[in-house]
Design a protein around this ligand. Sequence first.
Ligand code: MTE
Ligand code: MO
Length: 216
Amino acid sequence: MPTDPPPPTKLTATKTTWAENRRGMVSAASGPSRLPPGQHLTSGLPILDLGTQPNLVPRDWSLTTGGLVATPLRWSWDDLLRQPQTTLTADIHCVTAWSSYDNTFTGVSFRHVLRQMQPKAGATHAMLRGFDGYSTNLALTDLDRDDVLICHSWNGKPLPRENGGPVRLLVPHLYFWKSAKWLRHITLMDRDQPGYWEARGYHMRGDPWKQERYGD
Ligand SMILES: Nc1nc2c(c(=O)[nH]1)N[C@H]1C(S)=C(S)[C@@H](COP(=O)(O)O)O[C@H]1N2
Ligand SMILES: [Mo]
């Protein structure tokens, strides 16, 4: 169910130029630290998006899955809340160089969601799409973890619209662009394919500890 991404904005054009110039790359990690190389600490979650923020009430939200799955899902808000819930606290690292400590999220672990949809043999990657036309790719090995969440709450409150509410992905061990906001659809694939930022010079995986900011 591809939705075309919206046209470039000043922010998306700037970030595309950063990838071309490899902005923010530093030469060596300076030793063990809570802060990945090249990052600085901020507070809260600065808002980054493609320039549109879908306005969805929980009743309008649903999540569908397709591609290489034996059991395609279609979850309403109530279906999501009926699943086992996980609360965790994580540090967030954005490729634009801010990091934010101790953000608490509640949602359903992606490991549980994968079990429900039953990946078919040969499924290795996923494309995650937002209601704004955004997309991002992830390996199933990066999704099949207890700390990857489809989440609806942040710091004990409903996830605000600008942060992807009512429902977003959280992948705390990768740069924050992998954490798709306004999550709409998950496609399982038998190969890796670039999403929105990955097609614009950003790394296919995005591990902040390895500074996987940009593609080759
Ligand atoms: N649907 C959607 N998800 C998205 C984005 C987006 O533009 N659309 N931007 C990504 C980027 S680049 C970042 S840094 C984080 C920002 O999340 P925040 O606005 O809650 O801080 O969302 C990610 N998920
Ligand atoms: Mo980002």
